[in-house]
Design a protein around this ligand. Structure first.
Ligand code: AMP
Length: 528
């Protein structure tokens, strides 16, 4: 039996394990180590995964799901879900308990089910490669994932038939890959610039203790934005050549965007890209319109300079939350595909006054750390049993109080596990029931934060307002999962519960989905 570490990414996933004391990144049957997080559904219930599914994004866009991570753990009505869903060619609707569900050709699938299918595929890849059963996994999540997103990721693991040993923050995993067993004393920054998001985390590594000092990021800043910037450059060129704006036509825009991503990658290795893109648009007489282009790296760099500057501003914010200057960081670890852009490396070097570490593969470093932690938790060969990971809350957590305000109970950047209690009182005479609405965010106004769910405390003794006290305790475990306890300190009467999260699958739904996946999901098995 084996355990694995899984970087379940928005664009790509990576699965790794520790074998004989060494980390091994697990390839698919074709030897590919990056597995696109894409699942395609056929009407007869069969599914296609990863690279094979990517090909289906063109021929069967309505039933090919990508970027599920943008939706996971969020209620259907969340702004981010609405925005993402409006851009996806597949249909996302509202299901039970305000969940976002994908409308498949045979039935509706919840988002943890989709991610569960992807995890089941990765589990099978690993089992085929290792020739043994994979039972447990450490799955990584962005440091800023909230309670609901972490729970939904754990549900996805359960659906895939995995014992989720831990959900681990991606930057902490990267730090572990860098520092585990090295007996170092360093302050490091993990600069993670992926396809859709950017985040930065500062950690203090002392031997086997990995302590997060501060973390922060931008969930709408990534390589996708660089593609859009380059798309605009290409569109301007097209307009000078044909007097037509190709961005007005969805199909022309899609082709140009695909080309922009390829040109961007090309410019990471070379200083110039030139050529002709065929059939980008259609002329007035129905003739195909091509685009001749010649773009040098400098032009590309100018077009993305504001994006890179934004990442550095976020670095400064996070550094100042840790009361540090860039020069006080000993090492910068680069994570995510967009850190391959030379301008990104150069600007990070200029900002921190030292060259970032690029010897760790930016695509694999997170899964490597997850595999190390899975091996540690399972007590496997070469496990550093003493590794202690001290993560922090990415955002403040609080509750709604009278007047539309939010009262924080646990602040941002507080080390977990943590338990904190605050005393509140009733706001109306003879109030016997209080609804405790939980939110995440730093705003004083409740409505400006992300609502997470609620808990009800009833049977309070009738009394004048303010006389009945309610003690609210937030407990956050090492997975970043929140439990809330509310009780009347006089009577001792209380309730402890996982908050009823909007947009979440119930336990029985998760069990039913897990049972279904055993029978049908990963058939036919990927070739290994
Ligand atoms: P990730 O989310 O870490 O998988 O990163 C995916 C992003 O990295 C996408 O926006 C890719 O276009 C980008 N990317 C991957 N390879 C390169 C490269 N060689 N140069 C520039 N960007 C890249």
């Amino acid at each position: 039996m084996a355990v694995v570490g899984i970087d379940l990414g928005t664009t790509n996933s990576v699965v790794a394990t520790v074998n004989g004391g060494e980390v091994v990144v697990i390839p698919d049957a074709q030897g590919r180590r990056l597995h696109p997080s894409v699942v395609s559904f056929a009407a007869d219930g069969t599914k296609t995964y990863s690279h094979e599914a990517v090909a289906r994004r063109i021929v069967d866009p309505a039933y090919t799901v990508y970027s599920a991570k943008r939706l996971i753990g969020q209620p259907f009505r969340a702004d981010e879900v609405k925005m993402a869903a409006s851009r996806f060619p597949y249909r996302v609707e509202e299901g039970n308990n305000e969940q976002a569900v994908f409308v498949g050709p045979d039935r509706a699938y919840t988002i943890p089910e989709i991610s569960g299918l992807m995890l089941a595929y990765l589990k099978q890849c690993a089992e085929g490669f290792l020739n043994e059963a994979v039972t447990g996994a450490v799955i990584t999540v962005p440091a800023n994932f909230n309670d609901a997103q972490r729970r939904a990721t754990m549900d996805a693991g359960r659906i895939a038939g995995l014992d989720v040993m831990r959900v681990l923050n991606e930057p902490t995993a990267a730090a572990l890959a860098y520092g585990a067993g090295q007996n170092m004393s360093q302050r490091i920054a993990v600069y993670d610039f992926g396809g859709g998001t950017f985040d930065v985390t500062i950690l203090q590594v002392e031997g086997e203790v990995f302590e997060v000092l501060a973390t922060g990021g931008d969930t709408f800043l990534g390589g996708d934005d660089a593609d859009t910037m380059l798309l605009n450059v290409l569109a301007e060129l097209f307009m000078t050549q044909h007097k037509i704006d190709p961005r007005q036509d969805p199909s022309s825009r899609a082709r140009l965007l695909l080309a922009a991503e390829q040109i961007k990658r090309h410019l990471s290795d070379r200083t110039e890209a030139k050529g002709e893109l065929k059939n980008i648009g259609v002329g007035p007489q129905g003739e195909p319109l091509n685009l001749r282009f010649q773009i040098d790296r400098t032009l590309f760099e100018q077009s993305i300079s504001t994006l890179v500057a934004r990442t550095l501003r976020t670095c400064d914010e996070v550094l100042s939350a840790a009361a540090l200057l860039p020069s006080q960081v000993d090492e910068v670890i680069m994570v995510g595909g967009s850190t391959r852009i030379p301008l990104v490396r150069a600007e990070v070097q200029r900002h921190f006054g030292r060259a970032p570490r690029i010897d760790l593969n930016p695509d694999e470093v997170v899964s490597t750390g997850a595999a190390i932690q899975a091996n540690n938790l399972a007590g496997g060969a070469g496990a550093s049993e003493t590794a202690v990971l001290l993560d922090v809350t990415p955002r403040a957590l609080g509750i709604a109080v009278a007047g539309g305000f939010a009262e924080p109970i646990v602040d941002r950047n507080v080390q977990v596990p943590v338990e904190q209690t605050r005393i509140f009182s009733t706001s109306a005479d003879n109030q016997t029931v209080v609804r405790i609405q939980v939110c995440q965010g730093e705003s004083r106004r409740f409505s400006e934060n992300t609502p997470l769910g609620e808990l009800e405390l009833s049977d309070l003794p009738p009394a004048r307002r303010g006389e009945v006290k309610i003690e609210v305790t937030f407990r956050i475990d090492t997975n970043g999962i929140l439990r809330v306890r509310a009780r009347d300190p006089n009577s001792g009467l209380g309730k402890e519960a996982a908050v009823n999260i909007r947009g979440q699958m119930s336990d029985s739904e998760v069990d039913a989905a897990a049972a279904k996946i055993d029978a049908t999901a990963v058939e036919p098995a990927p070739r290994l």
